[in-house]
Design a protein around this ligand. Structure first.
Ligand SMILES: Nc1ncnc2c1ncn2[C@@H]1O[C@H](COP(=O)(O)OP(=O)(O)OP(=O)(O)O)[C@@H](O)[C@H]1O
Length: 245
């Protein structure tokens, strides 16, 4: 087995038209590791996720998946290498829960494999199982978020990237979703989360990167950061964050 990181980005510069948003940003997620990317609004976190997914071409820098340089690959080829990104509660509203899962599986795998893994995904989410024949439009926000995560199980991702899964959801729902992410990680997925709730991030991940103005300004373990609420507050307010030497 390769000991290459599940995901790495190095020296990423990216722009929207003439406006540069990322300045030599980089991060690494080891195989089987859970990592969070934190920072105030508008610093470029989602932009880095777009670069990772192949939705935005960087001006410079490289992205690797399992040691393979995928910088020139389109999104579909990256998904084929095991990348799965959960963005918001993205589902097809008029399709049922089962149809949403099946469609997602077909994107990369064959029919038989997909049928089995849709059953496996529904077994992990009893609430979705009970609503398997309902259109996604009739699900609650938390259930839709579960469906977005269930899609990730269908493709058994090597790298799962989650953008803001706690946004707008009740704490009890978030707790359930965190358990599911942990289970996915135990089954072998490396995880990168971008999360507004620092508490959620710190209780989930092993390691944290902090972003400010398009740059990674610090990297440390979640345990270390959890002991310094003052720094966490400064970070999330976008003030200068003192980095211990
Ligand atoms: N499609 C776009 N076109 C032009 N500018 C954009 C576009 N998307 C984002 N931006 C700008 O790029 C900067 C970084 O945005 P980005 O969404 O990456 O930040 P973020 O850290 O994810 O913020 P948030 O936590 O609020 O989601 C912001 O100034 C934003 O206005």
């Amino acid at each position: 087995m390769s000991d290459a990181p599940a995901l790495s980005c190095t020296g990423i510069r990216a722009s929207y038209g003439p406006v540069q948003v990322l300045f030599d940003a980089g991060l690494t997620v080891g195989a089987g590791e859970m990592v969070a990317l934190l920072g105030p609004n508008g610093v470029g976190k989602s932009t880095l996720l777009k670069v990772i997914a192949g939705l935005l071409k960087p001006d410079t820098g490289a992205v690797t998946l399992g040691g393979i340089d995928v910088t020139g690959y389109n999104t579909r080829r990256r998904v084929g290498l095991g990348l799965s990104q959960v963005v918001g509660q993205a589902t097809f509203p008029s399709l049922t829960v089962t149809e949403n899962l099946t469609m997602h599986g077909y994107a990369t795998k064959d029919k038989r494999w997909t049928r089995d893994s849709v059953e496996a995904a529904l077994a992990v989410f009893p609430r979705l199982h009970a609503r398997r024949n309902q259109p996604a439009s009739t699900l609650s926000g938390g259930e839709r978020q579960m469906l977005a995560l269930a899609k990730s199980i269908v493709v058994e991702p090597k790298v799962l990237v989650i953008d803001e899964f706690s946004l707008g959801l009740a704490p009890v729902v978030v707790g359930g979703l965190m358990d599911l992410v942990r289970r996915l990680n135990e089954r072998g997925s490396a995880v990168l989360v971008v999360e507004q709730s620092v508490n959620v991030a710190l209780s989930l991940v092993d390691r944290v990167y902090m972003m400010e103005k398009g740059e990674i300004i610090a990297e440390e373990t979640a345990a270390e950061l959890a002991q310094d609420p003052e720094r966490v507050r400064a970070l999330m307010l976008g003030g200068h964050v003192a980095v211990p030497s």
